[in-house]
Design a protein around this ligand. Structure first.
Ligand SMILES: Cc1cc2nc3c(=O)[nH]c(=O)nc-3n(C[C@H](O)[C@H](O)[C@H](O)COP(=O)(O)O)c2cc1C
Length: 329
């Protein structure tokens, strides 16, 4: 083959490659538009995230300390509308549903205390609650946090704790206890999330077939001692994103969540290492199908974990000096 022809072939291959990458991006865009909060059809998840979103907006009104005025008129109307849709669809009542009803109960209570009961929004909420049991199933509204208690509870050597965590790639043969996993995930659940929508989930891939799926698709497992490795997948649900500007919200929230999960593991003697998820969209869909992960979720990262071995040989991974990461403008 002549030079000219070879160059032509290389150029063709490059164009094809760019086209394939663009197609992968296109699939992600389509997925977002087909699954975000206001896409059709209505699902339980979309309604639940919408409720969490509105409840959080309402809670901020409860937390106003000075000059509190009647608040949340549109929010309570939206919450009632969403709760009614939820009932019409016949979905099982879950946490978000109960939280929203608790929020409406607290709203009425506050309006009564403040002598705002003649207002239209109070009437709308109390009409809605009339034939419902107004039990406070969950803490909702606002409370006062004391500086002294923050000082007391936050007095740990955080730098020492954070500095002692390293990504480890070999693990002891002790089986992970369900109690420790649940404790760690519970701690990670305290991670802040945008409008408190709590869009992240953790899947513990326990079965042999599941582990095989991870080992087939995960990139970046090359230098691990996989014998005692346990796999977790952190996902977020696109149903929680309420407009196109939130197209990256899930990734950011999953990052915060995963870091807290890793630190929670660390506090329990469990070492971990994130493994980047750089698969194509098609591969991601396949993995979700094989691991029975709901369709509207996206895989953000795979976490390899296990109790710390006697010795873990780890790279220094020296950090940049402060002046390279901290700037004033
Ligand atoms: C999002 C993310 C993806 C990562 N992917 C991999 C990976 O695929 N394989 C791997 O061996 N380490 C991976 N790591 C681990 C990093 O190499 C490691 O966190 C970094 O060098 C800092 O070291 P340290 O965690 O020990 O402080 C990843 C870390 C993060 C945060």
């Amino acid at each position: 083959m002549g030079i000219k022809e070879s160059l032509k072939k290389i150029s063709l291959a490059r164009t094809l490659n760019t086209h394939l990458k663009a197609r992968d991006f296109g699939r992600e865009k389509k997925f977002f538009l087909e699954n975000y909060m206001y896409s059709k059809p209505v699902t339980k998840e979309k309604l639940e995230y919408s409720l969490l979103y509105e409840v959080h907006g309402l809670e901020k009104g409860f937390a106003v300390r000075e000059g509190q005025r009647p608040f949340g008129v549109n929010r309570v109307k939206m919450i009632i509308k969403t709760l009614n849709t939820y009932d019409e669809c016949g979905f099982d009542q879950g946490f978000a549903y109960d939280l929203a009803q608790s929020a409406l109960c607290e709203y009425c209570k506050l309006y009564e205390e403040k002598k705002w009961a003649e207002r239209e929004e109070y009437q709308i909420v109390s009409d809605y609650l009339r034939d419902k049991k107004c039990s406070k199933k969950h803490s909702v509204g606002a409370y006062d946090l004391q500086r002294e208690s923050i000082k007391k509870d936050a007095s740990v050597d955080y730098d020492k704790f954070i500095s002692s965590r390293k990504s480890v790639r070999n693990y002891s043969d002790k089986k992970l206890s369900e109690r420790d996993i649940e404790k760690a995930v519970g701690i990670a659940g305290k991670t802040p999330s945008a409008c408190n929508r709590q869009m992240c989930k953790v899947y513990y891939i326990e079965s042999i077939e599941g582990k095989k799926v991870i080992e087939k698709y995960a990139q970046g497992l090359k230098l691990f001692a996989l014998k005692n490795a346990n796999y977790f997948i952190v996902t977020f649900d696109v149903s929680s994103n309420y407009f196109v500007g939130e197209k990256n919200q899930g990734w950011f929230n999953a990052g915060l969540f995963t870091m807290n999960l890793m630190n929670a593991f660390h506090s329990l003697g469990i070492g971990s290492c994130p493994v980047q998820f750089g698969n194509t969209f098609r591969e991601e869909e396949k993995i979700k199908e094989l691991l029975n992960i709901p369709q509207s979720e996206r895989i953000s990262v795979i976490l390899v974990a296990g109790y710390y071995d006697e010795i873990s040989s780890v790279p220094y991974s020296t950090r940049k000096p402060l002046e390279e990461i901290y700037k004033k403008r």
